[in-house]
Ligand binder design. Sequence first.
Ligand code: FO1
Length: 318
Amino acid sequence: MIAVLAGGVGAARFLRGVVRLPGARDVTVIVNTGDDTVMHGLHISPDIDTVTYTLAEAIDPQRGWGLAEESWVAMENLGRFTSVRPDGSSAGQTWFNLGDRDLATHLYRTARLGEGATLADVTEELARAWGLPVRVVPMTNDRVRTMVTRADNPGESEISFQEYFVKLRHDVPVKSVRFDGADVAVPLGLDALESAEAILVAPSNPLVSIAPLRALAGVDDVLRRRRDRVAAVSPIVAGSALKGPADRLMRELGHDPSVVGVARIYAPIASTLVIDEQDAALAPAVEAEGMRCIVTNTIMSTPEITTALARTCIEAVS
Ligand code: FO1
Protein backbone atom coordinates (compact mmCIF):
# COMPACT_ATOMS: atom_id res chain seq x y z
CA MET A 1 0.00 0.00 0.00
CA ILE A 2 1.16 3.50 -0.81
CA ALA A 3 0.26 6.41 1.45
CA VAL A 4 0.33 9.96 0.16
CA LEU A 5 0.22 13.15 2.26
CA ALA A 6 -1.67 15.68 0.19
CA GLY A 7 -2.71 19.30 -0.07
CA GLY A 8 -4.66 20.63 -3.06
CA VAL A 9 -3.79 21.22 -6.70
CA GLY A 10 -0.14 20.01 -6.81
CA ALA A 11 -0.96 16.90 -4.81
CA ALA A 12 -3.98 16.09 -6.95
CA ARG A 13 -1.91 16.26 -10.15
CA PHE A 14 0.80 14.09 -8.58
CA LEU A 15 -1.82 11.54 -7.50
CA ARG A 16 -2.91 11.13 -11.10
CA GLY A 17 0.59 9.75 -11.75
CA VAL A 18 0.48 7.49 -8.69
CA VAL A 19 -2.81 5.83 -9.67
CA ARG A 20 -1.66 5.28 -13.25
CA LEU A 21 1.22 3.07 -12.08
CA PRO A 22 0.47 -0.60 -12.63
CA GLY A 23 0.18 -2.34 -9.28
CA ALA A 24 -0.40 0.90 -7.38
CA ARG A 25 -4.16 0.49 -6.96
CA ASP A 26 -3.86 0.24 -3.18
CA VAL A 27 -3.37 3.92 -2.40
CA THR A 28 -4.42 5.87 0.69
CA VAL A 29 -4.42 9.66 0.41
CA ILE A 30 -4.43 11.64 3.65
CA VAL A 31 -5.65 15.13 2.84
CA ASN A 32 -5.23 18.50 4.55
CA THR A 33 -8.45 19.91 6.01
CA GLY A 34 -6.94 23.06 7.53
CA ASP A 35 -8.27 24.97 4.48
CA ASP A 36 -11.86 23.88 5.24
CA THR A 37 -14.40 26.62 5.65
CA VAL A 38 -18.10 27.23 6.12
CA MET A 39 -19.79 29.41 3.50
CA HIS A 40 -23.56 30.00 3.34
CA GLY A 41 -23.84 27.38 6.08
CA LEU A 42 -22.15 24.81 3.81
CA HIS A 43 -19.08 22.81 4.84
CA ILE A 44 -16.44 23.16 2.13
CA SER A 45 -13.32 20.95 2.07
CA PRO A 46 -11.33 22.46 -0.81
CA ASP A 47 -8.35 20.09 -0.79
CA ILE A 48 -10.51 16.96 -0.51
CA ASP A 49 -12.64 18.22 -3.39
CA THR A 50 -9.61 19.10 -5.52
CA VAL A 51 -8.17 15.61 -5.01
CA THR A 52 -11.55 13.96 -5.66
CA TYR A 53 -12.45 15.95 -8.77
CA THR A 54 -8.94 15.60 -10.22
CA LEU A 55 -8.82 11.82 -9.80
CA ALA A 56 -12.34 11.64 -11.26
CA GLU A 57 -11.04 13.62 -14.28
CA ALA A 58 -13.81 16.14 -13.55
CA ILE A 59 -11.65 19.06 -12.37
CA ASP A 60 -11.58 22.33 -14.28
CA PRO A 61 -8.14 22.09 -15.92
CA GLN A 62 -7.52 25.85 -16.09
CA ARG A 63 -8.45 26.80 -12.53
CA GLY A 64 -7.19 23.55 -10.97
CA TRP A 65 -10.12 23.65 -8.51
CA GLY A 66 -13.87 23.19 -8.94
CA LEU A 67 -15.62 21.28 -11.69
CA ALA A 68 -15.18 21.53 -15.44
CA GLU A 69 -18.06 22.89 -17.52
CA GLU A 70 -19.25 24.79 -14.48
CA SER A 71 -21.97 27.46 -14.41
CA TRP A 72 -22.27 30.21 -11.80
CA VAL A 73 -25.99 31.06 -11.70
CA ALA A 74 -26.34 30.70 -7.92
CA MET A 75 -23.37 32.99 -7.26
CA GLU A 76 -24.64 35.58 -9.75
CA ASN A 77 -28.02 35.60 -8.03
CA LEU A 78 -26.41 36.01 -4.60
CA GLY A 79 -25.05 39.31 -5.88
CA ARG A 80 -28.59 40.73 -5.78
CA PHE A 81 -28.50 40.74 -1.98
CA THR A 82 -25.16 42.47 -1.47
CA SER A 83 -26.73 45.93 -1.23
CA VAL A 84 -29.29 44.90 1.42
CA ARG A 85 -26.98 42.86 3.66
CA PRO A 86 -26.84 44.45 7.13
CA ASP A 87 -23.47 45.51 8.55
CA GLY A 88 -21.83 42.63 10.37
CA SER A 89 -23.72 39.96 8.41
CA SER A 90 -21.68 37.37 6.52
CA ALA A 91 -24.67 36.26 4.42
CA GLY A 92 -24.43 36.15 0.65
CA GLN A 93 -20.62 36.44 0.35
CA THR A 94 -19.52 36.21 -3.27
CA TRP A 95 -15.72 36.37 -2.99
CA PHE A 96 -15.51 32.57 -2.60
CA ASN A 97 -16.83 31.09 -5.82
CA LEU A 98 -19.07 28.06 -5.60
CA GLY A 99 -20.18 26.77 -8.98
CA ASP A 100 -23.64 25.34 -9.49
CA ARG A 101 -22.39 21.78 -10.03
CA ASP A 102 -19.86 22.05 -7.20
CA LEU A 103 -22.64 23.17 -4.84
CA ALA A 104 -24.09 19.66 -4.96
CA THR A 105 -20.96 18.33 -3.22
CA HIS A 106 -21.18 20.89 -0.41
CA LEU A 107 -24.94 20.36 -0.01
CA TYR A 108 -24.43 16.60 0.30
CA ARG A 109 -21.45 16.91 2.68
CA THR A 110 -23.24 19.40 4.91
CA ALA A 111 -26.44 17.35 5.07
CA ARG A 112 -24.53 14.18 5.96
CA LEU A 113 -22.47 15.94 8.64
CA GLY A 114 -25.76 17.29 10.01
CA GLU A 115 -27.05 13.72 10.27
CA GLY A 116 -24.04 12.82 12.40
CA ALA A 117 -21.77 11.30 9.75
CA THR A 118 -18.07 11.97 10.15
CA LEU A 119 -16.02 13.86 7.58
CA ALA A 120 -14.25 10.55 6.85
CA ASP A 121 -17.62 8.87 6.14
CA VAL A 122 -18.72 11.63 3.78
CA THR A 123 -15.34 11.80 2.05
CA GLU A 124 -15.49 8.06 1.40
CA GLU A 125 -19.05 8.36 0.04
CA LEU A 126 -18.08 11.21 -2.27
CA ALA A 127 -15.04 9.29 -3.51
CA ARG A 128 -17.22 6.24 -4.16
CA ALA A 129 -19.81 8.33 -6.01
CA TRP A 130 -17.06 9.63 -8.28
CA GLY A 131 -15.67 6.10 -8.78
CA LEU A 132 -12.21 6.86 -7.38
CA PRO A 133 -9.64 4.06 -7.35
CA VAL A 134 -8.07 5.25 -4.07
CA ARG A 135 -8.98 5.67 -0.40
CA VAL A 136 -9.31 9.38 0.40
CA VAL A 137 -9.03 10.17 4.11
CA PRO A 138 -9.35 13.61 5.71
CA MET A 139 -6.44 14.25 8.08
CA THR A 140 -8.95 14.35 10.98
CA ASN A 141 -12.67 14.31 11.64
CA ASP A 142 -12.18 17.18 14.06
CA ARG A 143 -12.23 20.87 13.33
CA VAL A 144 -8.76 22.22 12.48
CA ARG A 145 -8.46 25.63 10.84
CA THR A 146 -5.36 27.21 9.36
CA MET A 147 -5.27 30.79 10.64
CA VAL A 148 -3.06 33.50 9.19
CA THR A 149 -1.73 36.63 10.89
CA ARG A 150 -0.88 39.43 8.48
CA ALA A 151 2.40 41.30 8.86
CA ASP A 152 0.93 44.56 7.56
CA ASN A 153 -1.89 45.22 10.04
CA PRO A 154 -0.81 43.94 13.43
CA GLY A 155 -3.81 45.50 15.16
CA GLU A 156 -6.30 43.29 13.38
CA SER A 157 -7.02 39.74 14.46
CA GLU A 158 -5.96 36.77 12.37
CA ILE A 159 -7.84 35.73 9.25
CA SER A 160 -8.95 32.34 7.93
CA PHE A 161 -6.87 30.58 5.30
CA GLN A 162 -9.50 31.16 2.59
CA GLU A 163 -9.68 34.88 3.39
CA TYR A 164 -5.90 34.99 2.93
CA PHE A 165 -5.81 32.73 -0.14
CA VAL A 166 -8.92 33.67 -2.10
CA LYS A 167 -10.27 37.00 -0.78
CA LEU A 168 -6.84 38.64 -0.50
CA ARG A 169 -5.38 36.56 -3.37
CA HIS A 170 -2.44 35.61 -1.07
CA ASP A 171 -1.06 39.06 -1.88
CA VAL A 172 -0.48 40.29 1.69
CA PRO A 173 2.60 39.74 3.86
CA VAL A 174 2.22 37.02 6.47
CA LYS A 175 3.70 37.16 9.97
CA SER A 176 2.62 33.76 11.25
CA VAL A 177 0.43 30.74 10.61
CA ARG A 178 -1.18 28.43 13.15
CA PHE A 179 -3.48 25.43 13.00
CA ASP A 180 -6.34 26.10 15.37
CA GLY A 181 -7.57 22.88 16.98
CA ALA A 182 -4.62 20.75 15.85
CA ASP A 183 -3.47 20.20 19.44
CA VAL A 184 -6.64 18.30 20.35
CA ALA A 185 -7.67 16.83 16.97
CA VAL A 186 -7.42 13.06 16.51
CA PRO A 187 -5.47 12.20 13.35
CA LEU A 188 -6.77 9.76 10.75
CA GLY A 189 -4.69 7.52 8.52
CA LEU A 190 -2.01 6.65 11.09
CA ASP A 191 -2.64 2.97 10.33
CA ALA A 192 -1.84 3.63 6.68
CA LEU A 193 1.35 5.47 7.61
CA GLU A 194 2.36 2.57 9.88
CA SER A 195 1.93 -0.10 7.22
CA ALA A 196 2.62 1.62 3.87
CA GLU A 197 5.47 0.27 1.79
CA ALA A 198 6.05 3.83 0.57
CA ILE A 199 4.94 7.16 2.05
CA LEU A 200 4.99 10.04 -0.40
CA VAL A 201 4.77 13.71 0.51
CA ALA A 202 3.13 15.30 -2.53
CA PRO A 203 4.44 18.56 -4.04
CA SER A 204 2.23 20.68 -1.79
CA ASN A 205 2.99 23.75 0.27
CA PRO A 206 5.10 22.48 3.20
CA LEU A 207 3.97 25.31 5.50
CA VAL A 208 0.20 25.43 4.98
CA SER A 209 -0.74 22.15 3.27
CA ILE A 210 1.55 19.50 4.79
CA ALA A 211 2.26 21.28 8.10
CA PRO A 212 -1.36 20.93 9.33
CA LEU A 213 -1.10 17.13 8.98
CA ARG A 214 2.24 17.15 10.77
CA ALA A 215 0.76 19.23 13.57
CA LEU A 216 -1.59 16.41 14.57
CA ALA A 217 -0.56 14.25 17.51
CA GLY A 218 1.56 11.27 16.49
CA VAL A 219 1.91 11.98 12.76
CA ASP A 220 5.50 13.25 12.87
CA ASP A 221 6.39 10.43 15.28
CA VAL A 222 5.32 7.77 12.76
CA LEU A 223 7.02 9.59 9.90
CA ARG A 224 10.27 9.93 11.86
CA ARG A 225 10.18 6.25 12.72
CA ARG A 226 9.46 5.28 9.10
CA ARG A 227 11.72 7.96 7.60
CA ASP A 228 13.47 5.47 5.29
CA ARG A 229 10.10 4.86 3.61
CA VAL A 230 9.26 8.55 3.14
CA ALA A 231 9.99 10.50 -0.06
CA ALA A 232 8.95 14.12 -0.55
CA VAL A 233 8.64 16.06 -3.80
CA SER A 234 9.75 19.68 -3.65
CA PRO A 235 6.96 22.11 -4.59
CA ILE A 236 9.66 24.74 -5.13
CA VAL A 237 11.40 24.76 -8.51
CA ALA A 238 14.17 27.26 -9.24
CA GLY A 239 13.15 29.32 -6.22
CA SER A 240 9.48 29.61 -7.14
CA ALA A 241 6.27 27.76 -6.43
CA LEU A 242 4.64 26.33 -9.55
CA LYS A 243 1.27 27.43 -8.16
CA GLY A 244 0.27 29.39 -5.07
CA PRO A 245 2.27 31.30 -2.48
CA ALA A 246 4.72 28.62 -1.19
CA ASP A 247 7.86 30.59 -2.14
CA ARG A 248 6.58 33.85 -0.71
CA LEU A 249 5.32 32.20 2.49
CA MET A 250 8.64 30.39 2.99
CA ARG A 251 10.51 33.69 2.75
CA GLU A 252 8.08 35.53 5.02
CA LEU A 253 8.10 32.78 7.64
CA GLY A 254 11.90 32.64 7.78
CA HIS A 255 12.70 29.75 5.45
CA ASP A 256 15.00 29.71 2.43
CA PRO A 257 12.61 29.59 -0.58
CA SER A 258 14.62 26.92 -2.39
CA VAL A 259 14.89 23.14 -2.49
CA VAL A 260 17.43 23.48 0.34
CA GLY A 261 14.82 25.25 2.47
CA VAL A 262 12.35 22.47 1.64
CA ALA A 263 14.99 19.90 2.64
CA ARG A 264 15.44 21.60 6.04
CA ILE A 265 11.69 21.33 6.65
CA TYR A 266 11.39 17.68 5.59
CA ALA A 267 14.76 16.22 6.70
CA PRO A 268 13.42 15.03 10.10
CA ILE A 269 10.61 12.99 8.50
CA ALA A 270 11.74 12.02 4.99
CA SER A 271 14.86 10.21 3.80
CA THR A 272 14.54 11.39 0.19
CA LEU A 273 13.81 14.69 -1.52
CA VAL A 274 12.93 14.69 -5.20
CA ILE A 275 13.87 17.96 -6.90
CA ASP A 276 13.58 19.29 -10.42
CA GLU A 277 16.36 19.23 -13.00
CA GLN A 278 16.46 23.04 -12.89
CA ASP A 279 17.76 22.72 -9.31
CA ALA A 280 20.36 20.03 -10.08
CA ALA A 281 23.19 22.27 -8.88
CA LEU A 282 21.60 22.35 -5.40
CA ALA A 283 21.58 18.55 -5.00
CA PRO A 284 24.79 18.52 -2.87
CA ALA A 285 23.30 21.22 -0.60
CA VAL A 286 20.15 19.10 -0.18
CA GLU A 287 22.29 16.08 0.72
CA ALA A 288 24.19 18.23 3.21
CA GLU A 289 20.86 18.59 5.05
CA GLY A 290 20.86 14.80 5.54
CA MET A 291 18.52 13.75 2.72
CA ARG A 292 19.13 11.62 -0.31
CA CYS A 293 18.45 13.86 -3.31
CA ILE A 294 16.96 12.63 -6.57
CA VAL A 295 17.00 14.97 -9.55
CA THR A 296 14.33 14.47 -12.21
CA ASN A 297 11.66 16.31 -14.18
CA THR A 298 9.04 17.35 -11.60
CA ILE A 299 7.05 19.67 -13.88
CA MET A 300 3.93 17.54 -14.35
CA SER A 301 3.09 18.81 -17.83
CA THR A 302 2.22 15.43 -19.40
CA PRO A 303 0.77 12.16 -18.06
CA GLU A 304 4.05 10.40 -18.88
CA ILE A 305 6.18 12.85 -16.87
CA THR A 306 3.74 12.71 -13.94
CA THR A 307 3.72 8.90 -13.91
CA ALA A 308 7.53 8.77 -14.16
CA LEU A 309 7.77 11.17 -11.19
CA ALA A 310 5.45 8.98 -9.11
CA ARG A 311 7.43 5.87 -10.06
CA THR A 312 10.73 7.53 -9.13
CA CYS A 313 9.36 8.48 -5.70
CA ILE A 314 8.02 5.00 -4.95
CA GLU A 315 11.13 3.19 -6.16
CA ALA A 316 13.30 5.47 -4.06
CA VAL A 317 11.79 4.26 -0.78
CA SER A 318 10.17 0.87 -1.49
N1 FO1 B 1 -9.77 29.19 -5.21
C1 FO1 B 1 -9.76 30.45 -5.67
O1 FO1 B 1 -8.69 30.97 -5.98
N2 FO1 B 1 -10.94 31.19 -5.76
C2 FO1 B 1 -12.15 30.66 -5.42
O2 FO1 B 1 -13.16 31.35 -5.50
C3 FO1 B 1 -12.17 29.30 -4.95
C4 FO1 B 1 -13.37 28.67 -4.64
C5 FO1 B 1 -13.35 27.31 -4.30
C6 FO1 B 1 -14.55 26.63 -4.07
C7 FO1 B 1 -14.55 25.29 -3.74
C8 FO1 B 1 -13.32 24.60 -3.65
O3 FO1 B 1 -13.32 23.29 -3.35
C9 FO1 B 1 -12.14 25.25 -3.87
C10 FO1 B 1 -12.14 26.63 -4.20
N3 FO1 B 1 -10.93 27.29 -4.46
C11 FO1 B 1 -10.95 28.59 -4.87
C12 FO1 B 1 -9.65 26.62 -4.32
C13 FO1 B 1 -9.11 26.58 -2.89
O4 FO1 B 1 -9.61 27.52 -2.05
C14 FO1 B 1 -7.58 26.63 -2.81
O5 FO1 B 1 -6.97 26.15 -3.97
C15 FO1 B 1 -7.08 25.76 -1.70
O6 FO1 B 1 -7.66 25.99 -0.47
C16 FO1 B 1 -5.55 25.80 -1.56
O7 FO1 B 1 -5.14 24.48 -1.55
